[in-house]
Design a protein around this ligand. Structure first.
Ligand SMILES: Cc1ncc(COP(=O)(O)O)c(C=O)c1O
Length: 453
């Protein structure tokens, strides 16, 4: 397997903490910035460090502390920070043509031809946007235009973005979203192998029961105007929750049998994150509509909606274009990222890293009884912390402590309550991945001791 030079990290130099983090310069800059910049994520509130630069799999803060990156921004810089091929492509187009609305350009033409080549089945109609949420909303409009129907069904713990259409297919936790779901939007349970609702006599999850429930739900709880299921293939924010292998094939068949469309929100799971272009390829299914984002431009804000051949014309009915969608810099970033993934065999590399991580995390599960479950598909990984393995009670306090302790050691990563989430760049070397996991292991050990477990 070819290793990219870009990936190399000298473990003698990184991680390296020259101050206790967040250090004095981080604190002072953070105070200045947050006097005006409001609404920070929990991730930053828990560890308010200020970053200055990123290079491949490492990050440097303003105090000079160096971190191994297990977050890729937020599942975004899949090829590492500032990959030279992506940076050069953006810079070239920034000096040539920044915006031409949705007029045809040479770089956009190359990109759509490339996408039609790499994506499975007949996913060959595209439109571009500047964030994942906008792609999800456009996908919803395609679903309505393609079916003439209104209702949509998503799964418990799914996340699709923060505008009204997107948030209506997720948990609405806050009154600021208007207290009500958009009309016709539904949520149903989806299979989580660690926390199953329906099981077979042998205790394993029973996916047929979930599908049977959907049948009944559509009969009893909808107004029989269902356009589509809209689901994340693997739930990112839900905690790297990987469905059983037979779920999506069964759901695809269910949708076909009922003439309902299937949209996969692959904003987080696409472009090598799980070891495939689309996560759905793991199960051999082709969704009718797909939203693609995050790693698509490796940090440049570019996202896409891809649709199957029969729904291409639906784009004509939805007023599809936008101010920034498909601008030349965005197309250049997406094309460069796609070519790097191909040239450096990064789908395989992501798969390999996931397998390596899973083995190492299984050991953590043997060592620490607060580790309830570990999972990985490519470079999308999770560790679920529980107070008790029998009751599976979530251990949020432990999640917070482990996050902070590993960060203080020099691991930049993502917290989510009791589920530790990792999304390292897929270019990472084995030793670096294992070093990061050692740091997590140590942080779990210390935390368990501190909390008396
Ligand atoms: C599955 C999924 N869909 C949509 C979004 C929204 O993307 P963005 O934050 O780029 O608008 C996210 C963001 O995390 C996501 O994980």
């Amino acid at each position: 397997m070819k290793k990219s030079d870009w990936a190399h990290v000298d473990l003698k130099k990184v991680p390296k903490m020259v101050t206790a983090a967040p250090g004095p310069k981080s604190k002072s800059l953070h105070d200045r910035c947050t006097k005006y910049f409001k609404g920070l994520s929990g991730q930053v509130k828990l560890f308010p460090v200020a970053f200055e630069s990123g290079h491949g799999c490492t990050l440097t803060d303003v105090d000079g502390n160096q971190y191994i990156d297990f977050s890729s921004g937020i599942y975004v810089t899949t090829l590492g920070h500032c990959h030279p091929k992506v940076s050069e492509a953006v810079a070239k187009h920034a000096g040539q043509l920044m915006n031409a609305h949705d007029f045809t350009t040479p770089i956009k033409t190359k990109l759509v031809e490339k996408l039609a080549e790499v994506l499975p089945g007949d996913l060959n109609g595209f439109q571009f946007y500047d964030c994942g949420t906008a792609a999800v909303e456009a996908g919803q409009r395609v679903l309505r235009a393609g079916t003439g129907r209104n209702e949509m069904i998503s799964g418990f713990y799914d996340f699709h973005g923060k505008t009204y259409g997107a948030v209506s297919l997720a948990e609405i936790r806050s009154p600021v979203y208007g207290r009500v779901r958009a009309p016709g939007m539904h949520m149903v349970p989806r299979p989580n192998p660690y926390r199953p609702i329906w099981t077979k006599p042998d205790g394993t999850i029973d996916t047929d029961k979930y599908i049977e429930f959907y049948e009944e739900y559509i009969q009893r709880a909808t107004v029989h105007d269902v356009a589509a299921f809209v689901l994340e293939p693997i739930q990112g924010w839900g905690g790297s929750v990987i469905p059983p292998d037979d779920f999506f094939p069964k759901l695809r068949k269910f949708c076909d049998d009922h003439k309902i469309l299937l949209m996969a929100d692959e904003v987080l799971t696409s472009w090598a994150r799980t070891g495939k272009w689309l996560c759905c390829e793991h199960w051999g299914i082709v969704p009718d509509v797909v939203s693609i984002g995050k790693g698509f431009g490796n940090g440049f804000p570019v996202t896409a909606v891809a649709v199957r051949e029969p729904f291409k014309e639906s784009f004509e009915k939805i007023s599809a274009s936008s101010s920034y969608g498909g601008n030349p810099m965005a197309c250049a970033a997406a094309l460069a990222s796609t070519e790097v993934i191909e040239q450096e065999n990064l789908l395989e590399r992501s798969t390999h890293l996931g397998e390596l991580a899973l083995k190492r995390m299984e050991k953590m599960k043997q060592t620490h009884k607060i580790v309830g479950d570990v999972r990985a598909k490519g470079c999308l990984m999770g560790i679920e912390l529980v107070k008790d393995r029998k009751t599976k009670e979530p251990f949020d306090k432990a999640g917070e402590l482990v996050y902070k302790k590993a960060f203080a050691r020099g691991l930049a990563w993502i917290p989510a309550g009791h589920i530790l989430r990792m999304s390292p760049p897929v270019i990472m070397e084995d030793e670096v991945l294992l070093k990061g996991l050692d740091m997590i292991d140590e942080a779990i050990g210390e935390t368990a001791k501190e909390l008396g477990y």
